[in-house]
Design a protein. Structure first.
Length: 114
């Protein structure tokens, strides 16, 4: 079996969640259009109805997306800390990166002035 945190990548999980929400909008709009509601009104109503409905129906997909985002954020923070440690010239990337670094990661300006 696969590990729970690494079952799908972030892009795959996001695409699946987005397609599921778009499908729900299409189904809702299709049902309303079949009942005689004009198409534009049906699509707008589908957007409004699908938003809260997807929060309930796709709870598992949302949990997988949250987990994939957390893994991605953790990995990127570790990579950024290691890069900053290398740029400072520290040898121990993991141990030295936490000393004096900003956990938010936005303490230094990112623009260059020449």
């Amino acid at each position: 079996m696969e590990e729970p945190g690494r079952s799908h990548g972030l892009a795959t999980t996001f695409a699946l969640y987005a397609l599921a929400r778009l499908g729900l909008i299409a189904i809702t709009a299709g049902v309303l259009a079949a009942l005689g509601v004009p198409l534009v009104i049906a699509v707008l109503a589908g957007l409004l109805v699908a938003m809260p409905l997807s929060m309930v129906l796709f709870r598992g997909l949302r949990a997988r997306l949250d987990a994939a985002l957390a893994v991605s954020v953790t990995r990127r923070r570790a990579e950024r800390s290691a890069l900053r440690a290398r740029l400072r010239g520290e040898d121990g990337g993991e141990d030295g990166a936490s000393v004096g670094s900003d956990p938010g990661g936005d303490s230094q300006p990112h623009s260059r002035t020449d």
